[in-house]
Write a protein that binds this ligand. Structure first.
Ligand SMILES: CCOCCOc1ccc(-c2cn(C[C@@H]3NC[C@@H](O)[C@H]3O)nn2)cc1
Length: 447
């Protein structure tokens, strides 16, 4: 057997997000988010699913923390629901909402688990969407007010914060492709949203430095890897264009203070234009302490003239795929992490999401998700390769602790290492839970 052993100081964790697990959507003063509106609009989410009850973690968080304790993880990454703590989007805090997170944080601390808070995991207050949402530059100031209030409420205990989760999903997937809330298909809207999300990130970092001077803050872009079909320049160029859309568009502004010209030119051909105001790029490129990276999949792709905005087509033919249809492409994890180091140097990285969708059910009290264990072995080996190549990886946070509401896929797609019965909310630890528990305990695994 071969052993893959990690540095002793690597942090192990698990992740969730508010709208995906909490439920209690109309409880204790929470106001609607854009995902309440989107999921309750027929046709947007598979099977008409919504987050009204989800995993009922709002009421079962103590049980969930006990699973984290059993896993032996160092950190738990969760998100705060903006409309739960600030139902008016700005102004007064909701004591019940703040109280829920204070109880959750205390439960984690009492069990020796470090909380990592994500401020924005896509559940924008619907009241802001009525005024244009992230397309409206005023939402940036609303976010800074919300973020500052959370820093003041929890910054005495919580020292690691993430501003924005997957800005590509919250901008282009949601406003250009239209698959996520608010479900627009408007390139200019998506460009405006992407800039305002990054501006909100920068402004909240500025506020954080004053309110939590001993804390660490970053953001969590999602990346994938596109492997050119051939050495032909047209295939390499096609992959570069789409990779820049996912990576450079959201990282160059933070680490270089500018947007990639290649993409600005492509967007202009489709009547999409950046609207940057004086000082914006200085705010966005505020130094941060770490970068979260969310990686799930990659694939081979090649040039195809006229196909989409980037003249590219995916070639997925010969890979194993997870139950959400994404290729299992662990080499892409290693390649994208070393690529990021080449582009941006030694910014400390937490893997803030990595995991797989496999829809196994409970049989005789057991969930035999060997495919998920195999996925984790492949991707943790790729991560180990990146660490050995000198990429400064500080932690690995698995997506997800629980099966949960997978956005437009609803509850049809299961990413958890704990199975959730959505009728009874009964949790069942999967075989992957036990494998991950052993790996966290040992800090190594065998392949
Ligand atoms: C170019 C065309 O593309 C069409 C589909 O495009 C995507 C891309 C990415 C995703 C996606 C979903 N997830 C998992 C979540 N991450 C955050 C957490 O809440 C998880 O539930 N990550 N990425 C979905 C669809």
């Amino acid at each position: 057997m071969t052993t893959i052993e990690f540095p002793q100081d690597l942090k192990w964790g698990a992740a969730t997000a508010a709208y995906q697990i909490e439920g209690a959507a109309n409880k204790d003063g929470r106001a609607p988010s854009i995902w309440d509106t989107f999921s309750h609009t027929p046709g947007n989410v598979k099977n008409g699913d919504n987050g009204d009850e989800a995993c009922d973690s709002y009421h079962r968080y103590k049980e969930d923390v006990q699973y984290l304790k059993e896993l032996g993880v160092d950190v738990y990454r969760f998100s705060i629901s903006w409309p739960r703590v600030m139902p008016g989007a700005t102004g007064d805090l909701n004591p019940e909402g703040v109280g829920y997170y204070r109880n959750l944080i205390q439960e984690l601390v009492d069990n020796g688990i470090e909380p990592i808070i994500t401020l924005y995991h896509w559940d924008l207050p619907q009241s802001l969407q009525e005024n244009g949402g992230w397309e409206n530059r005023n939402t940036v100031d609303a976010f800074q007010e919300y973020a500052s209030a959370m820093f003041r409420e929890f910054g005495d205990v919580v020292k690691k914060w993430i501003t924005i989760n997957e800005p590509w999903c919250a901008s282009f997937l949601s406003n250009y492709i239209g698959m996520h809330a608010p479900g627009k298909q408007d390139l200019q809207a998506a460009i405006d949203v992407s800039h305002h999300l990054l501006l909100a990130h920068g402004k909240s970092v500025q506020a954080f430095r004053d309110i939590v001077p001993d804390g660490e803050i970053g953001y969590a872009p999602n990346v994938d890897w596109l492997e050119p079909y051939s050495p032909a320049q047209e295939d390499k160029d096609a992959c570069e264009r789409e990779m820049q859309w996912k990576v450079q568009w959201f990282m160059d502004p933070v680490f270089k203070g500018e947007y990639p010209q290649l993409l600005q030119d492509i967007f202009a051909k489709h009547n999409g234009y950046l609207k940057v105001e004086e000082g914006d790029m200085d705010i966005i490129s505020q130094p941060i302490d770490f970068m979260g990276i969310n990686y799930y999949s990659g694939h081979v792709a090649r040039y195809k003239e006229g196909n989409g905005m980037f003249d590219i087509e995916p070639i997925w033919v010969d890979y194993d795929k997870t139950d959400i249809g994404w290729p299992v492409y662990a080499d892409g994890f290693y390649k994208v992490l070393t690529h990021l180091q080449e582009l941006y140097g030694d910014i400390p990285i937490y893997i803030t999401e990595n995991g797989a969708c496999y829809n196994h059910e409970v049989k005789d009290g057991i969930v035999n998700d060997q495919e998920r264990i195999d996925y984790l072995k492949q991707h943790l080996t790729a991560l180990h390769r990146a660490i050995k190549s000198g990429v400064p990886i500080k932690g690995y946070i698995l997506w997800s602790l629980l099966d949960n509401f997978e956005w437009a896929e609803g509850y049809s797609k299961r990413f958890g290492i704990i199975h959730v019965n959505y009728r009874t909310f009964e949790r069942t630890k999967k075989e992957s839970f036990y494998w991950y528990k052993q790996t966290v305990h040992n800090n190594w695994f065998e392949i």
